[in-house]
Design a protein around this ligand. Structure first.
Ligand SMILES: Cc1cc2nc3c(=O)[nH]c(=O)nc-3n(C[C@H](O)[C@H](O)[C@H](O)COP(=O)(O)OP(=O)(O)OC[C@H]3O[C@@H](n4cnc5c(N)ncnc54)[C@H](O)[C@@H]3O)c2cc1C
Length: 232
């Protein structure tokens, strides 16, 4: 099937240009496209009918991972393939590498982005439970200014988030983790190289005696969307 007619395609070089492009349209008429791995299927099947596509591929400030003593910043347009190779995530944030390395096939990992996955929030996607378990903060920018939301507040039910149509997800931010913290992500599915049926992420900190000091567990693939396990 072919998409409905699209009037305009823009390829901004900066966040400011991207926001300006979206601002020229009524809410929902302009669509950000990151890797296109999810949303272009919806465009082709006419579930989504944008008048304008705002392609974020050339916005360099949305890409890359930086880590220092205060924590880790991940640009929303960072592709899975780059995340899977990111050694600064080893230890506390290893779950991000686990999940990124196992998303789909090589093509999906090269094109698909962590920000796209979180904005799409597909029912069984790998990154939403990882964001919840690791305690990610989402930095957003829109015509109303900038704001930051905890993953719990950003992610809603399947295919729902707190992002406004004209807001860009700029980065995913993680605080410096306590010493002796590790994390992992495991997915289980029916088909290799595809979305899982269920995915689980855990982050655990142990104290000096090796006893568990804190644990955060989150699950994806649930009917009402990804969520943290209160029991854990
Ligand atoms: C064959 C195949 C296998 C797959 N297997 C898996 C898997 O195993 N695990 C898994 O988790 N996923 C899997 N996926 C989905 C994949 O992870 C997608 O890449 C991801 O869901 C969307 O990322 P994207 O960058 O392609 O976003 P897009 O499809 O471009 O965009 C998705 C949505 O996010 C919005 N958006 C994107 N970036 C931003 C931004 N920075 N700011 C504001 N809005 C934004 C778009 O407007 C759109 O609504 C698979 C997909 C395919 C095609």
């Amino acid at each position: 099937m072919y998409p409905a007619a699209i009037e305009d395609y823009v390829r901004p070089q900066s966040i400011a240009e991207a926001l300006e492009a979206v601002g020229r349209y009524e809410a929902g008429d302009a669509l950000f496209v990151a890797g296109g791995q999810s949303v272009m299927q919806a465009v082709k099947t006419r579930l989504v009918r944008p008048r304008c596509i705002v392609d974020l591929q050339a916005v360099a400030e949305l890409r890359g991972v930086s880590a220092d003593g205060s924590g880790v910043r991940i640009g929303a347009m960072t592709p899975y393939a780059a995340l899977a190779e990111e050694s600064s995530l080893d230890g506390a944030y290893q779950a991000l590498r686990d999940a990124a390395a196992r998303v789909g096939d090589r093509q999906v990992r090269n094109r698909g982005t962590i920000g796209g996955s979180l904005c799409w929030n597909y029912i069984a996607a790998c990154m939403p439970p990882v964001a919840l378990a690791l305690g990610m903060e989402m930095a957003l920018s829109g015509k109303g200014g900038e704001r930051s939301l905890a993953a719990e507040d950003f992610l809603g039910g399947p295919l729902e988030t707190a992002r406004e149509d004209d807001e860009i997800l700029v980065s995913l931010n993680l605080p410096a983790a306590p010493a002796a913290t590790g994390s992992a992500y495991k997915k289980w599915g029916l088909v290799t190289d595809a979305l899982p049926v269920i995915g689980v992420c855990a982050m655990i900190t142990v104290d000096g005696s090796g006893a568990c000091a804190s644990v955060r567990v989150a699950v994806g693939g649930l009917g009402d969307g990804p969520r943290r396990s209160g029991a854990a």
